[in-house]
Design a protein around this ligand. Structure first.
Ligand SMILES: NC(=O)c1ccc[n+]([C@@H]2O[C@H](COP(=O)([O-])OP(=O)(O)OC[C@H]3O[C@@H](n4cnc5c(N)ncnc54)[C@H](O)[C@@H]3O)[C@@H](O)[C@H]2O)c1
Length: 442
């Protein structure tokens, strides 16, 4: 019998589900992927540099609110568990597939910080063995897979598409979303060679209903940025229109509800106190940075960034005016910020506009507390505070000069909030339909 080539073995092991999956970075993206592979009967070895996360996972404990511990606990049970977590990077040679889900933030100078991706890739390169398939899922600028990962992986003489396989497959995780999940969200895959693409498509076809192959890793990288830039720009547009509508005495929320009845050519976006989360405020600037190499200025992205990052200032202005109408100044007033998560019903406060709002309000001399049912403790070294969530009670809420709704968590009873507060400033239209002459939309 002729010896099977490396490619044939990889394809077979994926088809037969004997391929061992390694996932590097066990956060908001890595954990749902791990769960999907385990659901499909694959064995998964998870890697994370945070020993506390590794310990939690091996004890069957989740640290992400929308992923209940029970789902993890049943995978780590027994002598031969489906899932194990580790911090030992020497074990990177064990899995047949390595999926990279590490952070891609911006540096202090708002430039791409690819150090996590680079460090992980160097760890992999040191141990890369024939037959391994590597997939980068972290959001990044076009060219990253070709320019950063490829040289590291080929330095030892191995060839992509022959000895090992390399793809980029952007993540579309949307924490808190209930109408789509990891399985039902189509997944884009771009490979550095045709065989890489084939192996990548085979892999993801095991966990998602639809795989969308594209012609290169750069197309796959750019497609993710297009999706996020589309959101960032449209949110900025509607935020700008909100400020104009406010001046014109028009309710932007009613306008959106009206426009959204158009059955084609319109998708609603909603205004808010600013942009938050790990993706939308950050990823577009990966492209802005890359575009400079081509002497190109990404004006839509820059303008959207400017408008969105001004929104917290607008909200503080509205709070100041609302207090002024009550004969009070912001300095010395007490403000309760409701919701520190960047969006409703999640426990993630990365880049949350609430953090900036708290900083600005404190900077102007207000006494600020926050409440968030999902985040008991908030530390923001960049904004210079650490605070504990203040419980909401009838006596408590009525003492504040202003209650500012920053995140519209479903857990809040907005009728109760309006009834028991002196003044409510609402940035999310959470009080729609509730009567009260002390509600100010911002
Ligand atoms: N959160 C989302 O909704 C979302 C959606 C789509 C894409 N993304 C992208 O996915 C990537 C990961 O985002 P996330 O939200 O899961 O981040 P996260 O911070 O929740 O998780 C990343 C994990 O990687 C670990 N880590 C960091 N460096 C490591 C290393 N060298 N080796 C092993 N582990 C390491 C961290 O400890 C952390 O647990 C980013 O590029 C992000 O832009 C995120």
């Amino acid at each position: 019998m002729p010896k099977k080539d490396v490619f044939g073995s990889v394809m077979d092991s994926i088809r037969e589900r004997t391929a061992k999956i390694g996932i590097i970075g066990l956060g908001y993206v890595g954990l749902p992927i791990m769960l999907r592979f385990c659901e499909e009967g694959f064995k998964v070895l998870g890697f994370d540099i945070d020993p506390a996360k590794v310990e939690d996972l091996n004890n069957g404990k989740s640290y992400i609110r929308h992923l209940p511990s029970e789902r993890i606990a049943k995978l780590v049970k027994g002598k031969d568990p489906l899932f194990t977590a580790t911090s030992d990077m020497d074990r990177l040679s064990e899995p047949d597939v390595l999926i990279i889900c590490v952070p891609t933030p911006l540096s202090d100078k708002r430039e791409p910080d690819l150090s996590y991706v680079e460090n992980t890739s160097k760890e992999i390169a040191r141990r890369l063995r024939p037959g391994q398939l590597v997939s980068l899922e972290s959001t990044t600028y076009p060219g990253t897979t070709d320019d950063i990962l490829m040289p590291l992986f080929t330095a030892g003489g191995m060839k992509a598409g022959k000895d090992f396989f390399l793809v980029f497959s952007p993540e579309r995780e949307d924490p808190g979303r209930v109408d789509f999940n990891t399985q039902t969200t189509p997944k884009i895959v771009g490979g550095v060679t045709k065989k890489c693409l084939k192996a990548g498509c085979e892999l993801y076809s095991k966990i998602v209903d639809r795989v969308v192959p594209v012609s290169s890793t750069s197309v796959a990288e750019m497609s993710k940025l297009l999706e996020n830039i589309y959101r960032c720009v449209n949110i900025a547009m509607v935020n700008e229109l909100k400020v104009l509508c406010d001046r014109m005495g028009i309710d932007i929320w009613e306008v959106i509800e009206a426009s959204k009845t158009k059955p084609f050519g319109f998708q609603p976006f909603y205004p808010g106190p600013g942009l938050g989360g790990h993706c939308i405020p950050i990823d577009p600037f990966y492209l802005t940075w890359k575009a400079r190499e081509y002497n190109f200025s990404t004006r839509f992205i820059e303008l959207a960034g400017e408008i969105n990052s001004n929104m917290p200032h607008y909200v503080v202005q509205k709070v100041t005016e609302a207090l002024n109408d009550e004969g009070k100044s912001l300095r010395g007033s007490s403000v309760m910020v409701l919701g520190i998560a960047y969006k409703k019903d999640v426990d993630d406060m990365r880049e949350s506009p609430s953090l900036e709002l708290i900083k600005l309000l404190k900077g102007k001399g207000a006494k600020v507390d926050f409440n968030d049912p999902h985040i008991p403790y908030a530390v923001s070294p960049r904004k210079g505070f650490r605070m504990r969530s203040t419980p909401l009670t009838k006596e408590n809420i009525s003492k504040y000069d202003c209650v500012l709704i920053s995140t519209n968590h479903s857990a809040y009873d907005y009728t109760w909030i309006v009834k028991n507060s002196k003044l409510v400033v609402d940035t999310r239209n959470a009080t729609a339909g509730i009567k009260g002459n002390k509600i100010v939309k911002a």
